[in-house]
Design a protein. Structure first.
Lengths: 75, 478
């Protein structure tokens, strides 16, 4: 848990006010287009289908036992 | 009366630094002018997450004192810059562009910001971004706490993401340079769409401490600037070993264009199909000229093709698995439903279900990809391709559907270079190289790990012979 002094809290709150102020000046965001045919459940089903499709594509790559995961990321 | 002319908002780091040290204007005057512009114009494009005027002016006063006492701290001293709102700045809100984190405040500052501030850089604002840097994927440009990033070249079009505010702010002259981040395309894409120069460093070169994680094994922080030279100067400041970053490659970077390899010894690979068939027809003439310019640098231009792998499936699996693990608490708590983009919400939820076997399979294929790129780049030093094949889409255009109806090219060319380069941890530079119906287009250069100096040398020489990077969007001209 972060501990703040009263002075730090005041700085944070004033910064938040600036943030809110700047958001008020933003060009209003058009609402994301909503397709009433697509419910959150349908979106989830589609996301799962995409992951399954990814998995199917991965399955097609031949992998020998020597092909170890890329656990060292220093190129 | 201020002696800051409008040209200063679009000047290079070296030009501004020279004027500061010659006392043509003070750092305080400069910071004030940039803050005014950022606060006035930034919101018009949904580019600003948080103005940091007070701190910037305080730091500028110190810089003025240092310059007066001839305590010079390099090119970035006194230069105003912005940072993607995924970087922590102590005691100030860091929203990651996402509603569930709107009130988030850290008590520490990201390493890259500390490094620039140590050199006298003036942080004037946190810049807008796509929520959670795009997460596993998103469907609409409006997937952001601050609304869709609007392109300064045409505000009905998207800026690109996820480093949207960073690219907008540089293109519109609201900051001299900005920091962005890339997991797969988040520096290169907005740089290309907004007509600025973006550098994705080699994985591990720039410390990620204090940056939001989306994918521990893919995230990189890099500069978005007006020129390749500015990218080199910023990279020099932010790169280097960092003990608080477990992925640090523990390497430094010194921008040394004077010691760049002779371009006559450099082999540049490209796929003709990218330039003839794949790219937007309205931009083909400019891309043909860009290729000619590349040839005129004296490099050996040869044909190249990417090793065959399902790059999209590999990177999709890795980002989904790691991203959902990063945000598991938010997903499980239900706060994920506060995000703006339904596609991203669903993707994060589904990502928790990826099996260990699928993740490991993706990482094993990734190792093969890295090996294949080592082979390819042992015979070809640099790969080039259009950064994006089409200009910025309209902000209401679904991003998961292709907006154009021209036939797919006969061969894939280097179309998968963005996911492939990210999977292999390779550095990339996107430079402006023309327009398609008034919208900027970019050329990406990809090289071996830690070959940033070579990419920057090619980019700088290209920009010495062209002026695409100097063009200014009409809306940003006061």
């Amino acid at each position: 848990m972060n501990r703040f002094t009263r002075r730090e809290l005041a700085v944070t709150l004033s910064a938040s006010a600036v943030l809110l102020g700047s958001l008020e000046g933003q060009t209003p965001a058009p609402a994301p287009p909503v397709n009433p045919q697509v419910s959150p459940d349908d979106e989830l089903k589609a996301a799962r289908a995409q992951l399954r499709d990814n998995a199917d594509q991965l399955d097609k790559v031949p992998l020998s036992m020597a092909a170890e995961p890329a656990t060292t990321f220093r190129p | 009366m201020s002696s800051i002319s409008d040209d200063i908002f679009f000047a290079s780091i070296a030009e501004i630094n020279q004027k500061l040290t010659k006392s043509e204007f003070s750092a305080v005057e400069l910071a004030r002018a940039f803050c005014d512009r950022l606060e006035t114009i930034g919101p018009r494009y949904n580019a600003l997450a948080l103005s940091l005027r007070k701190g910037a002016l305080r730091d500028a006063k110190e810089v003025d004192g240092d310059i007066k006492r001839e305590r010079l701290r390099g090119h970035l001293q006194g230069i105003p810059f912005g940072a993607k709102d995924l970087l922590a700045y102590a005691k100030h809100p860091t929203t990651w562009g996402a509603q569930p984190y709107a009130g988030q405040v850290f008590d520490y500052t990201a390493s890259v910001l500390k490094r620039i501030q140590k050199r006298g850089g003036l942080l004037t604002g946190k810049l807008a971004m796509v929520e959670l840097a795009g997460g596993p994927s998103y469907r609409y440009a409006s997937a952001s706490l601050t609304g869709p990033g609007l392109n300064p070249w045409d505000s009905t079009r998207w800026s690109g993401g996820s480093s949207s505010g960073s690219a907008i702010a540089v293109a519109a002259g609201l900051v001299t340079y900005a920091l962005g981040s890339e997991t797969s395309g988040s520096i290169l894409t907005p740089s290309a769409f907004c007509g600025v120069t973006g550098l994705r460093p080699t994985y591990g070169l720039v410390p990620r401490h204090g940056a939001m994680a989306l994918s521990w094994t893919l995230d990189k922080i890099g500069p978005i600037c007006r020129s390749a030279e500015d990218c080199g100067l910023v990279l020099e400041a932010i790169a280097g070993a960092e003990f608080e970053d477990p992925s640090s490659a523990r390497k430094s970077f010194y921008y040394t264009p004077q010691f760049a390899r002779d371009l006559k010894d450099v082999r540049v690979g490209f796929a003709p199909v990218d330039f003839n068939e794949a790219v937007d027809p309205a931009a083909r003439a400019d891309y043909a000229k860009a290729l000619e310019t590349i040839r005129s640098l004296g490099v050996n231009v040869v044909e190249a093709k990417l090793p065959e792998f399902p790059y999209g499936a590999v990177i999709g699996t890795i980002i989904s698995a790691e991203g959902s693990a990063v945000f598991e608490e938010m997903i499980q708590s239900g706060k994920v439903d506060q995000l703006a983009d339904q596609h991203q919400i669903a993707g994060l939820k589904a990502g928790l279900e990826i099996s260990a076997n699928d993740y490991l399979k993706a990482m094993r294929i990734r190792a093969l990809i890295q090996e294949a790129f080592r082979d390819l780049l042992s015979t070809t030093d640099v790969l080039i391709a259009p950064t994006r094949f089409d200009p910025a889409p309209k902000i209401t255009q679904p991003l998961d559907r292709r907006a154009v109806d021209r036939p797919a090219p006969a061969t894939p060319g280097l179309a998968a270079l963005i996911p492939a380069g990210n999977l292999a941890g390779l550095p990339a530079l996107s430079i402006p190289c023309g327009f398609a119906n008034g919208m900027p287009m970019g050329l990406q250069l990809v090289g071996s790990p830690f070959s940033e100096n070579m990419l920057l040398a090619i980019g700088k020489t290209f920009q010495d012979r062209t002026d695409w990077h100097k063009r200014r969007p009409p809306l940003a001209t006061p």
